[in-house]
Write a protein that binds this ligand. Structure first.
Ligand code: ATP
Ligand code: MG
Length: 286
């Protein structure tokens, strides 16, 4: 069926909530009852497959799903032929090497001849080869953190976000080997019709993401500081300026990027801006 695109998303886990929120923020409505493995949107030509994240790269490579949302770690580890369409900015984590807390760590050479337990043998092997380290990789599918304490391995290579799981298991992170976030991937040969649907979806995702990265700023400024205040705002184009009912004052409206946000606000206050309001933007099309 070429008039509908099929997307694979994680059924339940650390990717699923953010994946589904993003789709919902794109204005796409669908039913997602517990236990349901397939669903079709009511107002956009998209069908959902709810799967384990391990299976998503393979399904997209085979064309069972046209597109999918998966962590870069899983995508690289599975090493399937897929195209990365867009980085999505959520489920950020890293793959790191960790060793028992009590052990002294000098540098990567410490891993020479060591045994390392991991669920990511390919990514780890690539890293070790690149650094000319010969180590023994033990592939295990879960609970990797306990491997050193039960004598299975000298070290582990696993996903870290805050590091608290490592700490609880008496381990310390010593080398980061891979950075990951959720990505939208696609099959390598989509039909023109499916490609068009993907473009429509991407347009919406971009609008949602740009909106999130920007804030709508409103403030009041005395007319004699207006020029300076306007010069401080790094707007999309030029800000909107409206006269206030009170003589000698104006209201200034602009869109400001989140990265520079606090710095801009501080400068505006110093230049005499008052009644500064900051409003989230739901969608933004540029
Ligand atoms: P499944 O049952 O679907 O196979 P899983 O147990 O393999 O799930 P999750 O723990 O749900 O996987 O993690 C899914 C993805 O989320 C990981 O592959 C990684 O990209 C990312 N991730 C993992 N841990 C974290 C974390 N602590 N913080 C943010 N993102 C994470
Ligand atoms: Mg998994």
């Amino acid at each position: 069926m070429d008039n509908i695109i099929r997307i694979a998303v994680q059924k339940s886990g650390r990717l699923s909530d953010d994946s589904l929120s993003l789709i919902k923020e794109c204005g796409i409505k669908f039913y997602n009852g517990t236990g349901k493995l397939k669903s079709t949107a009511t107002n956009f030509p998209i069908e959902f497959l709810f799967l384990r994240d391990d299976d998503i790269p393979g399904y997209v490579a085979d064309g069972v799903a046209d597109i999918g949302i998966v962590g870069e770690n899983e995508m690289v580890e599975k090493d399937k032929q897929v195209t990365v369409v867009k980085k999505l900015g959520f489920s950020k984590c890293r793959l790191s090497l960790a060793i028992p807390k009590s052990k002294h760590y000098q540098n990567l050479q410490d891993f020479q001849g060591a045994s390392i337990a991991t669920s990511y043998p390919k990514i780890l092997q690539q890293f070790l080869d690149k650094n000319k380290i010969k180590a023994d990789i033990h592939e295990i599918s879960g609970s990797v953190e306990i491997a050193p304490s039960i004598g299975l391995a000298d070290a582990i290579c696993d996903i870290v976000s805050s590091g608290s799981t490592l700490m609880m298991n008496g381990l310390k992170e010593v080398e980061e080997i891979f950075k990951s976030e959720a990505v939208l991937i696609s099959h390598q040969n989509l039909s023109t019709e499916k490609q068009d649907i993907l473009e429509r979806l991407l347009f919406r995702i971009n609008a949602v993401q740009t909106g999130k990265n920007n804030k709508y700023l409103l403030l009041n400024a005395p007319n004699d500081s207006l020029q300076e205040i306007v010069s401080l705002i790094p707007g999309m184009k030029s800000p909107t300026i409206l006269p206030l009912a009170e003589e000698g004052w104006s209201s200034v409206h602009a869109v400001v990027n989140e990265d520079r946000f606090w710095e801009v606000i501080e400068n505006l206050r110093a230049a005499g801006a008052q009644g500064i309001l900051v409003v989230p933007i739901e969608k933004m099309v540029i």
